[in-house]
Design a protein around this ligand. Structure first.
Ligand code: NAD
Ligand code: G6P
Ligand code: MN
Ligand code: MN
Length: 430
C-alpha cells in the first residue's frame, strides 16, 4: 500500500492534507500516513495527530495515521515524503519579520531578508532529510512546502539525488481568481504561469483555447478582494497593471508597492502585531479546537491561515504522479533551459504537466525586459542564498542581501549580523 511521510506533522495545517487524502482515497489509497515531528513540537503532533486519527475513523477509510518523532522509521520505503516543517517555529518567524523592520526594511517570512534567514535555518535540515531519503527511500518523491519553497527546491536539486517538486498555494489561488473573474468553470482554465516561487507572473489565462489575459487585467484593475490571508490586498494601480499586461502574484506587492507595504508592516507591528504574531494567536485558537474529542473534521477556522488550498496542490500532484495522469499543475522544478534567461540549475515556478516521471515544464517564450530584470536579480539572490545555506558562506549571504531589491545595500551587513547572531542555535553551518 501507499506510504506517505509528512515531516512537520504537528503543523496546524495538517487537517487540510489529511482531508485531502481522505477525499481522494479512491484514486490515491494511502494506507500509512506517518506524521513526523521533533521533541519541541511533540505537543502539537499529539493534538493534531489525534484529530487526524478521528478524521480518518469518521470517514471510514482504511488509512493508518502514525505519530512519530523517528524520521527514519517514517521515511523508510515511503512512496512520497512531504515537508511542512518550520525550523525554530513561530518565534523564529517573528524574528524574521522584526529584525529587518529595525532597519526600516521589509520584514517578511519568505521575501527579502526574512526569507534569507528562514532559508539559512531550513537548508541544513532539508539536506539531512534528503540524506535519509537517499538511504532509506531512494525512489520516493519529495514534495516540499517548507518555505522559502523555491530556494529549498533549488537546494535539493543542486545538492542531493532526491527527486523533488516544490509547491505553493499562490498559483492555485491565482488560477481560482482568474476563473472567478471570468465567471467560468475553474477546471476549464489554464494559466501560463512563469517565474520564481512568490515571484510568479500570470502571463496568460487560457479558456477554451483563447487568451483571456486582457479581460482578467481589466477586471483586476477594479479590485478583486484578498488573494491570500497573509498579504494586504492593496490595489495595484491601473497604470502599473496595464503596463505590465500580466497578472502579478500577491508577493509582487513587496516589489511594486514597497513603500506602502513597509508602512503597513510598521503600522501593524505596532497595533495588531506582525503576521507571525497574529498567526501565533490563530494557532493557539486552532489547537484549542483540535483538542475537542468531538471534532472529527477539518474546522472552518483553519481558513484564516495563508496556506489555504495547499493540500489540493499537494494531493492532486501526488495523485497525478501515482496515477500517471498527465494533468496540468503549477510547481517548482529545475529550469533546465525552460526560461532562457535563467541558469539551467535554478528552480523556477512554472505550468507543468505531470505524469509518473514527474513534472515537465511547458515551453516558455522569451520573457520581456519588464519581467526579466526583476526575475534575474531575485534568481541570483536565491542562488547566493543556497550557497550561503549549504556552505555557511558569509560572503555569499552578505552579497545575497546586497543585491536584493528590497534591501538597502548599506544596511546589509548589520542586518545579516543580527540575523546570524539571533538564529545561531539553528545555523550549524555558520
Ligand atoms: P509550524 O510552526 O506549525 O511548524 C510545523 C511543525 O514543524 C511544528 O510542529 C514543528 O515542531 C515542526 N518542526 C520544526 N523543525 C522540525 C524538524 N527539524 N523536523 C520535523 N519537524 C520540525 O509551521 P506552519 O505554519 O504549519 O508552516 C510549516 C511550513 O510550511 C513553513 O515553512 C511554512 O512557511 C510552510 N508553508 C508553505 C506554504 C506554501 O505555499 N509553500 C503554505 C503553508 C505553509
Ligand atoms: C501563503 C504562501 C505560503 C505561506 C503562507 C503564510 O499562502 O503561499 O507560502 O506560508 O501564505 O500564511 P500564514 O497564515 O502562516 O501567514
Ligand atoms: Mn507559498
Ligand atoms: Mn540591495
Amino acid at each position: 500500500g501507499l506510504k506517505i511521510a509528512t515531516i512537520g506533522g504537528g503543523s496546524s495545517y495538517t487537517p487540510e492534507i489529511v482531508e485531502g487524502f481522505i477525499k481522494r482515497y479512491d484514486e490515491l489509497p494511502v494506507k500509512d500516513l506517518y506524521l513526523v515531528d521533533i521533541e519541541e513540537g511533540k505537543w502539537k503532533l499529539d493534538i493534531v495527530g489525534k484529530l487526524a486519527q478521528r478524521m480518518v475513523e469518521e470517514a471510514g477509510v482504511d488509512m493508518k495515521i502514525h505519530l512519530t518523532l523517528d524520521r527514519r522509521e517514517a521515511i523508510k520505503d515511503a512512496d512520497f515524503v512531504t515537508t511542512q516543517f518550520r525550523v525554530g517555529l513561530l518565534d523564529a518567524r517573528i524574528r524574521d519579520e522584526k529584525i529587518p523592520l529595525r532597519y526600516n526594511c521589509i520584514g517578511q517570512e519568505t521575501t527579502g531578508a526574512g526569507g534569507l534567514a528562514k532559508a539559512l535555518r531550513t537548508i541544513p535540515v532539508i539536506l539531512d532529510i534528503c540524506k535519509d531519503i537517499e538511504e532509506l527511500a531512494p525512489d520516493a518523491w519529495l514534495i516540499n512546502f517548507t518555505n522559502p519553497s523555491g530556494i529549498i527546491t533549488e537546494t535539493v536539486n543542486k545538492h542531493t539525488n532526491v527527486k523533488s517538486i516544490g509547491l505553493c498555494n499562490v498559483p492555485v489561488k491565482m488560477h481560482m481568481i482568474s476563473a472567478d473573474i471570468l465567471g467560468v468553470d475553474r477546471a476549464g482554465v489554464r494559466m501560463d504561469l512563469v517565474g520564481l516561487n512568490h515571484l510568479v507572473w500570470g502571463r496568460d489565462v487560457i479558456y477554451k483555447g483563447e487568451s483571456k489575459i486582457d479581460e482578467v487585467i481589466e477586471k483586476l484593475i477594479f479590485g478583486q478582494g484578498k488573494e491570500v490571508e497573509n498579504i494586504p490586498d492593496f490595489g495595484w494601480g491601473d497604470d502599473l497593471l496595464k503596463s505590465l499586461g500580466m497578472m502579478p502574484c500577491p508577493y509582487h506587492r513587496y516589489y511594486y508597492l514597497t513603500a506602502k507595504m513597509l508602512e503597513e508592516e510598521i503600522d501593524s507591528a505596532k497595533t495588531k502585531g506582525t503576521r507571525g504574531e497574529v498567526v501565533k494567536k490563530v494557532e493557539a485558537e486552532l489547537f484549542e479546537l483540535y483538542k475537542d474529542p468531538n471534532l472529527k473534521v477539518k474546522p472552518k477556522q483553519l481558513e484564516q491561515r495563508g496556506g489555504q488550498y495547499y493540500s489540493d496542490a499537494a494531493c492532486d500532484l501526488i495523485s497525478a504522479i501515482y496515477n500517471d495522469k498527465g494533468t496540468i499543475h503549477y510547481v517548482n522544478i529545475q529550469n533546465n533551459g525552460t526560461v532562457d534567461c535563467l541558469p539551467n540549475d535554478s528552480a523556477i515556478e512554472r505550468t507543468c504537466y505531470v505524469d509518473k516521471e514527474g513534472a515537465h515544464p511547458l515551453n516558455v517564450k522569451p520573457l520581456p525586459s519588464k519581467v526579466k530584470g526583476l526575475l534575474q536579480v531575485v534568481n541570483e539572490y536565491e542562488a547566493l542564498a543556497v550557497e550561503a545555506g549549504v556552505y555557511g558562506d558569509y560572503d555569499a549571504a552578505l552579497q545575497a542581501l546586497v543585491i536584493h531589491p528590497l534591501v538597502e545595500s548599506s544596511i546589509a551587513k548589520p542586518l545579516l549580523d543580527d540575523i546570524i547572531k539571533e538564529n545561531i542555535d539553528y545555523l550549524p553551518q555558520f
